[in-house]
Design a protein around this ligand. Sequence first.
Ligand SMILES: NC(=O)c1ccc[n+]([C@@H]2O[C@H](COP(=O)([O-])OP(=O)(O)OC[C@H]3O[C@@H](n4cnc5c(N)ncnc54)[C@H](OP(=O)(O)O)[C@@H]3O)[C@@H](O)[C@H]2O)c1
Length: 320
Amino acid sequence: MKKRILRDIEVSEVGMGCMSFSHGYGQIPPEKYSIEAIRNAYDHGCTFFDTAEVYSPNLAGIGHNELIVGKALKDVRENAVIATKLMLHGFSTGSVYQTVRKHLEGSLERLQTDHVDIYYLHRMSSIPVEKVAEAMGRLMEEGLIRGWGLSQVDVDVIDRAQQVTPLAAIQNIYSMVERDSEAEIIPYCMEHNIGFVPFSPIASGLLSGKITPQTKFEKNDDVRNWVPQLSGRNIAGNQPIVEMLKGFAEKKSATPAQISLAWMLHKYPNVVPIPGSKNKERIIENLDSANVELTEDEFTALEDTLNSLKVYGHRGLGGF
Ligand SMILES: NC(=O)c1ccc[n+]([C@@H]2O[C@H](COP(=O)([O-])OP(=O)(O)OC[C@H]3O[C@@H](n4cnc5c(N)ncnc54)[C@H](OP(=O)(O)O)[C@@H]3O)[C@@H](O)[C@H]2O)c1
């Protein structure tokens, strides 16, 4: 697969979000299946894998997902780029550096590795971002992380952090129906050589065209029950966008999910989406969006149609 660069870290053009093997989209698959799915993605050319310390069933406990990612990539570690995230809730004793380092040591052990490639702060806390940036800079000097990032932040926070320790990537929500980052954040990242990693890039499945207003989500640990964009009314309201994608997909012999990913790949050179799926075939389908080339005319037509359609609801940010 073609490659992109997040500051100085080379990754496949499309990465893989591993969260749903542990949390967020209902029943989790057996561990053996999840490990095979990650290895299949690697064998298909994916070299960029996204996890977080908090990805565990019902967000109870720590590290379920990191353990799976660690097992899956153990013997190809040197060719894989692993991104994980820490959540800071304040620190009672010790410095910010010591607190961040303690979280990192836990992740390193679960991931069976001696370094993390991109270490993100998962959400802002009361700790000033400058302090976190300083700690991340020290961990980079020590060779424990190659680069660092922030998740779901605005441009002021990014700029304050960037002044202290240059960032490798920003991971924010971004898709055809969540385009807030286009105004300031993606341009800032382009100007400062920072990668932009969209999470929920197919809008939690909406842009695949497989969800209808009648779709019932699972009862347990399924974020789609509270994602406002996926209420029956909003799914119905967003059908013109889904229909537009279906039309394009048919013309390009691709799928709607692939077109939505190809659109952002075409639009920005520093964007590397990390679609998530619990399904081996869909994971490959999403990775293959890197092979869907849009012409300039096709891109403009997509963009114009998108700009003319109202988006109903938003993703909501209650989850991780
Ligand atoms: N930084 C953060 O705060 C944050 C927040 C959320 C997520 N993330 C990261 O971003 C990754 C992706 O986000 P996400 O999983 O929330 O959203 P997503 O990738 O937009 O969508 C995932 C949903 O779409 C479905 N899907 C995926 N590909 C499909 C396809 N080709 N056809 C039909 N349905 C498809 C999946 O169902 P199936 O499983 O049934 O295929 C799943 O229900 C996560 O794995 C995680 O690593 C980060």
